[in-house]
Each structure stands twice: as C-alpha cells, then as structure tokens.
Design a protein around this ligand. Structure first.
Ligand code: ZN
Ligand code: ZN
Length: 146
C-alpha cells in the first residue's frame, strides 16, 4: 500500500525511508492541510519512537523536492499540503479547517504577458464552511426569519 509513495520518492531520486512514506500517506489520506504538530500526534500513535524533528526534516525535504507544498495562511502556522499543483484555499473562520478550491487564476496570463514567470499562486478565501453553516442553521434557524 506504500507503493505509490515509494514511486514518488524514487521519481525524485530521494531515499525511501519509512518516515517519509508514513508522512506522504498521512498527507494523502488527510487532506486537511495539517501542521507538523498534527502529523506528529497522529503518526506517533503507530510509531512511538518517531520524533518531531524527524517530521520537520522530512516535510522540509519533501517540500524542497516539490512533492508537497507548505501554506502559511493563519499567522505563523505552517500547514502542509499533499497537492503541489496550483490551487486555492478556503479557510473556515469557525472550525479552522482548510479546503482545496480548484479554480484557474484569471490574472495569470496577464502577469506572464508582462514577462514574469509565475511559479506559485496563493489565493485564500475566508468564510464559513458548509458544515458550520448547516450547524448554524440548525442552532439558530435560517437567517432573516427573526
Ligand atoms: Zn467550518
Ligand atoms: Zn491544498
């Protein structure tokens, strides 16, 4: 079940280590854009000897190879994303979850026409996610009915 991740590491000529495989699998299965702390707490359950430093070093090198990407959306917190392609994010102000948003940036062509090469685009939307909205309606009733 790690075959997919072994292949990714080999494609990038990276050494295959159990930690790297575990981290990649975790990020792939949990698209919640976790912090190192969140990855650590989860993986430690299965591998108690795992250290936070190992995770820091692993995500850093995975990012350097362009396999994963890091996001700094909320304060100084760094979150990690299994997807390294261009996409945007939606942050829920209530539950703090971060969702992937697929949309093509309408401005990129204009920027590149001016001679710039765009390598990263970060678009953030902030608001309330669907789950929280539904919860709100359950608790307060639909808006505007007061
Ligand atoms: Zn929410
Ligand atoms: Zn993402």
């Amino acid at each position: 079940m790690f075959e997919k991740y072994v292949r990714i590491l080999k494609e990038h000529s990276m050494k295959v280590t159990p930690q790297r495989l575990e981290i990649l699998r975790y990020l792939d299965e949990h698209r919640n854009h976790p912090t190192v702390e969140m990855i650590y707490l989860e993986l430690k359950k299965r591998s108690p000897s795992l250290s936070k430093t190992t995770i820091y070093n692993s995500v850093e090198i995975l990012e350097k190879h362009g396999i994963i990407q890091s996001l700094r959306i909320i304060g100084n917190e760094t979150r990690y994303d299994y997807r390294s392609d261009l996409h945007h994010h939606f942050i829920c102000k209530k539950c703090g979850r971060i969702f992937d948003i697929d949309l093509t940036c309408p401005v990129i062509d204009r920027v590149e026409k001016n001679g710039f090469k765009v390598e990263e685009i970060h678009g953030y939307f902030k608001g309330i996610c669907k789950d929280c909205l539904e919860k709100e309606i359950e608790e307060n009733g639909p808006k505007g009915t007061s």
